[in-house]
Ligand binder design. Structure first.
Ligand SMILES: Cc1ncc(COP(=O)(O)O)c(C=O)c1O
Length: 359
């Protein structure tokens, strides 16, 4: 992964160094005015220096068909700024029902106050999403695999419907990353990463990115600057540093997850994993073991959930259920799985597949 290593940014070094700045000096006012804020042009440090540009360019290079990448100080900011860019009062947004919790909170509070209505949909809806589109619908948010039940959406199918209806598509691609799922080439307009996770890779930086097509990048970047979003050069440098090894780390995650899954066979009841024995595998144990597993697993892996990411293919969404979500429930079980909710439907499916009932 060599993106972002422009000679003019790195000199004789392998990687661009950390360039800390706020004010940039110019020889004349005319000189300042010539420098339009954009990637590669010094203007004011809000618009970045070589350190941030290198990371943005490297992320853009991973997405064939992308025009550019805006950087943010967290993954959540990389979701909220693009939503504020494409939505306005009176609009409606479609959001998958398994979306990352704080994204849902943003939709239900800030966007609601801002006059945007949110409609939640079953993440496995695929092309049927057309049936939910109203006069007011302006954009569709996707998250695939989705938090935390890991459904893989039919991204190309949903995007094809969106294109037909002139809707903007935004994907939270944090779990798959552009290495496993280059989203723009599958029809997405704006693809988002909580770079805090696999890009950073070492739990020592908060970072987000939104990579967009030519139709959306300029506006996205300028609205983000209008909102005051910027990333420190030190954090951007950590992001670039992490990105160089993301490929090998993802391979190792997959290998390790499969080894753990094999080890858990016979110890955990039930265990669901999409890459064991071709299909999902159910392993028998008892409820107590499962509770210990869920607690221990989350502690050890610091919420990098037990999973292997698979690439979404058109028309073949796979459902991957995270055992810990179902097995670490407390006394509010009945409330959480109240009849008629999406969670209760998933639980019914899960019970039908596994024979699992609450101990
Ligand atoms: C899928 C997903 N999207 C977005 C975020 C938000 O990222 P951050 O913690 O950098 O704000 C997370 C964080 O856990 C996440 O898992």
């Amino acid at each position: 992964m060599h993106g972002g290593r422009r000679r003019e940014w790195r000199g004789r070094l392998v990687n661009p160094p950390v360039e800390r700045a706020s004010t940039i000096l110019f020889d004349s006012v005319a000189d300042l005015k010539r420098n339009r804020p954009q990637l590669g042009t010094y203007r004011y440090a809000l618009q970045g220096t070589a350190t941030q540009w290198a990371l943005a360019e490297a992320l853009t290079d991973l997405e064939a068909g992308a025009a550019g990448t805006a950087l943010y100080s967290s993954g959540l900011a990389a979701i909220t700024a693009p939503l504020m860019t494409v939505l306005g009062p009176g609009d409606e947004l479609l959001v998958p029902d398994n979306v990352y919790g704080p994204t849902r909170h943003f939709c239900d509070t800030f966007l609601k106050r801002y006059g945007v209505a949110t409609r939640y949909y079953d993440p496995l809806i695929g092309k049927e999403i057309g049936g939910l589109v109203s006069e007011r619908t302006r954009a569709i948010l996707l998250e695939s695999p989705g938090s935390l039940t890991m459904e893989v959406q039919d991204v190309p199918g949903v995007c094809a419907v969106a294109r037909d209806r002139d809707l903007v598509t935004l994907l939270d691609n944090t779990w798959a990353t552009p290495l496993l799922f280059p989203a723009i080439s599958h029809g997405v307009d704006i693809t988002i990463l909580a770079a805090t996770k696999y890009v950073g890779g070492h739990a020592d930086v908060m970072l987000g990115s939104a990579t967009a097509t030519a139709d959306h990048y300029d506006r996205l970047q300028h609205v983000s600057w209008d909102l005051g979003h910027s990333v420190s050069p030190d954090d951007a440098w950590l992001g670039s540093r992490g990105l160089r090894t993301m490929g090998v780390r993802l391979k190792q995650h997959e290998e390790s997850a499969l080894k753990i899954a094999e080890w858990l066979k016979g110890r955990l009841n039930p265990l669901l994993h999409d890459m064991l024995d071709e299909n999902m595998v159910v392993v028998r144990g008892d409820r107590r073991t499962a509770d210990i597993y869920a607690t221990e697993f989350n502690r050890i892996f610091n919420h990098y959930y037990f999973r292997s990411v698979t690439e979404a293919t058109a028309g073949e969404p796979q459902s991957v259920l995270d055992a810990s979500l179902f097995l670490s429930e407390d006394d509010s079980w009945e409330q959480k799985y109240a009849p008629g909710t999406l969670k209760s439907k998933r639980l019914a499916l899960y019970q039908a597949m596994t024979g699992f009932t609450r101990a």
